[in-house]
Design a protein around this ligand. Sequence first.
Ligand code: NAP
Length: 258
Amino acid sequence: MTRTVNLPGGTALPLIGFGTWQLRAKSAYESVRTALEIGYRHVDTATLYQNEADVGRAVKDSGVDREQVFVTTKLRPQDARHARRALESSLRLLDTGYVDLWLIHWPTGRDELVSTWQELLSARDAGLVRNAGVSNYSPALIDLVTEATGERPAVNQIPWSPAQHDPALLEEHRRRGVVVEGYSGLKNTDLRSPVLTEIAQRHGVTPAQVVLRWHLEHDIVILPRSSRRERIAANFDLEGFGLTKEDVTAIDALTRTG
Ligand SMILES: NC(=O)c1ccc[n+]([C@@H]2O[C@H](COP(=O)([O-])OP(=O)(O)OC[C@H]3O[C@@H](n4cnc5c(N)ncnc54)[C@H](OP(=O)(O)O)[C@@H]3O)[C@@H](O)[C@H]2O)c1
């Protein structure tokens, strides 16, 4: 069981999700099957990734109960004017009945920000998606859509890694009750950094596991992506060790030192 965080509607969001960007067709299907077999219960896709059908088929074929898997997809901003149609296409491809979280992949032009957010809320009210959120939004944009509709995004999916660690930004999200999902945490990290390799050696794990565990210490949802079974497994195996307070502080400081 992975740890979860509760979204405003009461849904439990597993802190470890499986990322699927750049995984196409067979590779997306097989990687998601492997992830679900290993124990992941959260899968992150997007219309842009062109793998919704493969992801959905993997969820179905996995034999894991649909209700047990948290599925996220994302609306491309260029589809904002036809948001409901884009969602219906995602649902057809995924064939999962509903999605657990629908995100605006990145901000639209300013004049469409509020109307697009309203589209996401109305899809949620219609029961097509269980939660609505955003991605690549600043706190100011989150405030703009929240003030216009009285409803805040459940989640903001943004880049996060030791080099990009920003406690003030994290606090801005906490204050607003918006869950932070961090993406590209491995890709944007030098896994040969002496700080990470020393900590990894001491705990008998890999630097990638240290980086992912560090996100969890900050209650940031992670979405590691891999097409290799051993890495998919290692990226999920984060509870068998703990980081000390000093470890976390040293990794936080990579923002300044690289
Ligand atoms: N909302 C957005 O705008 C946005 C943008 C980017 C990403 N995302 C989401 O976030 C997910 C994660 O981000 P990402 O795919 O950019 O990058 P990532 O998961 O940080 O890194 C993926 C890369 O790291 C390698 N890797 C995975 N596990 C590893 C390990 N244990 N040790 C060493 N290398 C490892 C993978 O290679 P192998 O496959 O060879 O293992 C792959 O090249 C995406 O898949 C997507 O779902 C969202």
